[in-house]
Design a protein around this ligand. Sequence first.
Ligand code: ADP
Ligand code: MG
Length: 209
Amino acid sequence: MNGKTIMACIDAAHGSLTAHTDEIALLDQQIGDGDHIFNMLRGMEALLAVRAQIEAEAFGPALELAGSKVLSTVGGSSGPLFFSLLNGMAKAAASNGMDVAGFARIFAAGVDAVGQRGKTGVGSKTMMDVLIPVARRFEELAAAGAPAAAVLDALPPLAEESMLATRDMIATKGRASFLGERSRGHIDPGARSSQLMIAAVCARLAQSS
Ligand code: ADP
Ligand code: MG
């Protein structure tokens, strides 16, 4: 795991978000202002533009560099939140091993950082409704000694189920919360983009592990 792996994951996430642009734009038009996918793609494109720099770094510094690029290019709520995920993971990378348990803790630290930044947990109809259950399951699987391949198989279906569950929630955070009860019946765009990125990254890592 190094900068090259991080970049391969960014490529996979970028490919999946690009393929779902119209769908995610529509989700954010329904309960937000329509910009979520474009915010995310702007960040991804900024990362692709510094490919050589990211690829040259070790795992933690590559995440840190990616985070700082995202922070300086992405607006909306998702810019600082996506930065927090990458930067929280980068910080935890310094004190954790590159094994399943280490990665579970690194991912959980990134998700914790998003929670602190956005001041939210589960049930507010945000990306956290995908990130938190995935981080928890990852840690449970790691504690049970699951091999990497089993983790990479188990997380995408959980992410999908968690993303779909946001449809029945009422938003209490972010722009969608202005709609109150009317936010019900629509999947949260940040939950959808997070789930797609998790699925793409797991599929990419499963190829190489
Ligand atoms: P904005 O809402 O400023 O237009 P985006 O459209 O880029 O920003 O992002 C919207 C997404 O951000 C939502 O779909 C939701 O998943 C996520 N979000 C909003 N507020 C929060 C928060 N406080 N914590 C975590 N995620 C949030
Ligand atoms: Mg928006």
